[in-house]
Write a protein that binds this ligand. Structure first.
Ligand SMILES: [Ca+2]
Ligand SMILES: [Ca+2]
Ligand SMILES: [Ca+2]
Length: 145
C-alpha cells in the first residue's frame, strides 16, 4: 500500500470509528441489555440492578451505606468520564436514577436490597424519552433526532 492510499483509508475509517464509539446511550445499553437485543427492558434493568447491588455491598449486610455508595458513585463517575460521550441529557437522567437520594425510599441514609431494584420502574420511566417502555439509543442524543 502506498503512503497516499494509507492516508485515504484512514480518512474514510476515522469518522465511522468515532460514530460507533459515540452513539448516544450505547455504552449504557451495552452494559444493561442482558439479552443483547438492543433494548433494555424493565426485567433486564431489575436483574442488572440486583447484580450491581451485590457488587457494591462489600460487607454483604443487605444495605449500601454511605461508604459503599461512595464507591458506586466514584465508579459511575469514572465510567461516564471514559465512556459517557454523547449520552447528553439522557445520561444525566440515568445518573440521577442511580444516586443514593433517588433510591433511599425511607430516607434512612442507606439503600436496602429491596429499595434499589424497587426504583427501576421510576428510573426507566425517567430515561425512556419516547415512552415505548424500553430504553435504547432512541432515548438518548439530541431531542428530535
Ligand atoms: Ca434487552
Ligand atoms: Ca453493606
Ligand atoms: Ca424508549
Amino acid at each position: 500500500m502506498t503512503k497516499l492510499t494509507l492516508v485515504a483509508a484512514f480518512a474514510v475509517l476515522a469518522p465511522l470509528a468515532a460514530l460507533a464509539q459515540g452513539a448516544p446511550g450505547e455504552h449504557f445499553i451495552t452494559n444493561w441489555d442482558l439479552d443483547e437485543d438492543g433494548s433494555v427492558t424493565l426485567t433486564e434493568a431489575v436483574e442488572r440492578r440486583e447484580m450491581v447491588f451485590d457488587m457494591f455491598d462489600n460487607d454483604q449486610n443487605g444495605t449500601l451505606d454511605a461508604v459503599e455508595y461512595g464507591y458506586f458513585d466514584e465508579t459511575r463517575a469514572a465510567d461516564m468520564e471514559n465512556n459517557g460521550g454523547g449520552h447528553g441529557q439522557g445520561g444525566q437522567r440515568l445518573q440521577e436514577g442511580l444516586t443514593l437520594a433517588f433510591n433511599d425510599t425511607d430516607a434512612d441514609g442507606v439503600v436496602s436490597k429491596e429499595e434499589f431494584p424497587a426504583h427501576t420502574g421510576d428510573w426507566i420511566a425517567m430515561v425512556d424519552r419516547n415512552g415505548d417502555g424500553v430504553v435504547n439509543t432512541a432515548d438518548f442524543g439530541p431531542q428530535g433526532n
